[in-house]
Design a protein around this ligand. Structure first.
Ligand SMILES: [Zn+2]
Length: 199
């Protein structure tokens, strides 16, 4: 059931230098906190990482996101982040640059940013216990919709318009085992929205 790490979308990656350390310092601090809590990590039995974080770049549609397959790293730094320049959700295409390729869930992040310009940060974690506890108790995307698809983007839009997702900023991905998404006005806000449920 674990589908993390399999890149379903087309990613056009332009290899480039690491982003300035200062531009990812806050993002990275919260990422490492999530890793400590086991909400970002690695499935040894599947050999894939899970969980990713991002922040919007200024008022643009671009964002900075943790790189693919970095979940096993205890303390990441600027070498582990990519800049997503543009996404085409309907065509499943991501254009990114940096020292690593963007997380395979960049399209999920893009779908959330597209909901509202006030969304400045997105956090995606995996946790079996939390997923089971929160499913259908908080806004939940349809189980038949898997991650990284245009249908998932439409599901987030539906939740944003029809449920309290816009206010609470948390949703369970019903078709993505253990997957939960939060957003916020900054990375601290988005991270605290998941940490408040975490033991
Ligand atoms: Zn995931």
């Amino acid at each position: 059931m674990i589908d993390e790490g399999y890149t379903k979308y087309e990613c056009e990656w332009r290899h480039g230098p690491a982003l300035p350390a200062a531009s990812i310092a806050e993002l990275n601090r919260w990422r490492n906190r999530l890793h400590e809590q086991g909400l970002i990590g690695y499935y040894p039995e599947h050999g894939v990482g899970f969980g990713n974080v991002s922040i919007r770049e200024g008022d643009s549609d671009a964002f900075i996101i943790s790189g693919t397959q970095t979940g096993h790293i205890e303390k990441t730094d600027e070498r582990h982040y990519a800049r997503v320049v543009r996404c085409d959700i309907e065509a499943n295409r991501v254009f990114c640059e940096g020292p690593v390729q963007a997380s395979s869930e960049a399209l999920t992040h893009a779908a959330i940013y597209a909901l509202d310009p006030d969304i400045r940060a997105v956090v995606h974690v995996h946790d079996a216990a939390l997923w089971n506890e929160l499913i259908d108790r908080v806004p939940t995307t349809a189980r038949e919709v898997s991650y990284g698809t245009p249908e998932m983007a439409h599901e987030f839009r539906r939740l944003y318009e029809e449920t309290d997702f816009a206010v609470q900023g948390v949703a369970v991905m019903g078709g993505h085992d253990e997957g939960i998404v939060t957003f916020g006005r900054d990375i601290e806000d988005a991270t605290r929205r998941i940490l408040r449920y975490s033991k």
